[in-house]
Write a protein that binds this ligand. Sequence first.
Ligand code: ADP
Length: 561
Amino acid sequence: MFNIEWLQSLALLIALSVLSNFVESKWKVDSLIGKIFQGILFGAVAIVGMMDPFHLSEGIIFDGRSIVISLCAAFFGPVAGLISSLMAIIYRILIGGYGTLMGILVISSSFLIGIYFYRWQRKSSLNYLSNWKLYQLGIYVHAAMLLFVLTLPSHKIVDTYKNITLMVLFIYPIVTILIGKILKNHEDKTKLFTELKNSEAIFRSLAESSPFAIFIYQGTKFVYVNPAAETLSGYSQPELLQKNFWDVVHPDFRELIKSRGLQRQEGEPIPSRYEFKIVHKSGKERWIDFSSSLINYQGKTAALGIAYDITEQKKAIDELIDTKDKAEESNRLKTAFLHNVSHEIRTPLNVIVGYANLIRSENLTLEEVKNLTEPITNNAYQLLNIIQDILDISQLESKQGIIHKEEISIKKLIKDLITSFSVIAREKNLKLFYGELPDNDDSIILTDKIKLQKILNNIVMNAIKYTDTGYVKISAKLSGDEVLFSISDTGIGIDNKDFEKIFLPFERTTESISKQYNAQTSGGVGLGLSIAKELVEMLKGKIWLESEIGRGTTFYFTIPL
Ligand code: ADP
């Protein structure tokens, strides 16, 4: 029963599957031309099988056509199945003999059963001819074949059944599975390949149109960069492909990114997302949000990076934090300011109220009343000065001041200043005089007279206040495109560490010393220098000082011409 013809048939079937795979890789099986080619191929193989068949008796031949036709219909559908069936039928008719009718019926039933399986497979969600389905196909096709034996002349029927039943029922279905599997494997591979190509195409178009920079680096080099990576870095794709992945990173982060990138490819656990700076081709620094993962690229380990520019975002956050800090600071200053104001106002007010009550409650002579009103008057003036200073500083800090420029003579301004302070200076036995002053012609400048007077008043008042013996000297000279004023005294001096502090509202050097000196004069709550500084800056000048404890102080300030 298993003779050389069977082996030949099997070899032919295997050759068929290989050829079919070849046809499928050339012409898509879904295309009409693909189906026609498969039909012709399967038809031709069925014919070749019939040329060298297993001769059971005169005019009765057995071969693999049932397998060929059923598989052709089951895998490639009606068009291919019909072509192969018609070719086989025509050839079978040409051969003729007792078995012609049976042969035609076997070919037709194989085609119809094959088509049934084709539909069944298409309808099923798996779209898949499993081994079990292939086996069922083999069984149905060959059960039909056994049925059609009945169409043979009656004296041939028994003999035929004896000879072929076992083989047709056991071997043919197994061969169907075998050939079906070869066809199926190729079909799977083709499907997988197509899916791979599709997903690769999807990834590419995603990457190419992505607004995020996408790049792959392998070892030390970039191996893929998308257009957004070109925009982000400023370098073209060929330029980037020449670079190490850390070349575009800002020097501050370069070592970190280099070691992380290399470690990641070694499979070490590295944070997958972080922020760092890169240097754009133009030289500008940009902050990026970067995330990375390990992938297999062209058979080797690589790192896939995704990045986007967060420079503006970072700037906005920094500005927000800055604004919040400033708001908190300003709130803190306001609270401190109110606290100081209430404290400074309460002191002279308490004196005024205390003395007023005293005058009311006692039976006093006119002389005594006069004596008691003196502290009231002094403290009332002090209160007035304090209130004036507070109003000045709050107006200046809210930058509400307006500058009224007019022509003034520096010489005259300083001489008038000396006249108005001479009484207080004389009371303290201090020499108050002017030093170097500009010539009459140069002395005229265009500035805000009231503000300049206020600056000089505050500084000269302090100089007299904090000097016990010696002198106070006021000078002015033209220097470049500005006037430089200087007020020197031989007073108590200021420690270097307080040079900045004294310009802040309510700040003094040593509270007790300042208080002691302030008590001798009217007013002074630590606002005089803050007001002077705000005014100098408003007039676009600068203020600073030189001082030595116990030897004296010189305040300088400039006013642009
Ligand atoms: P105050 O009302 O206390 O004088 P200011 O703002 O005018 O406030 O000055 C701040 C502090 O700077 C003073 O309390 C004092 O300690 C110090 N100061 C200012 N000018 C002089 C000066 N010429 N000599 C010594 N200390 C000074």
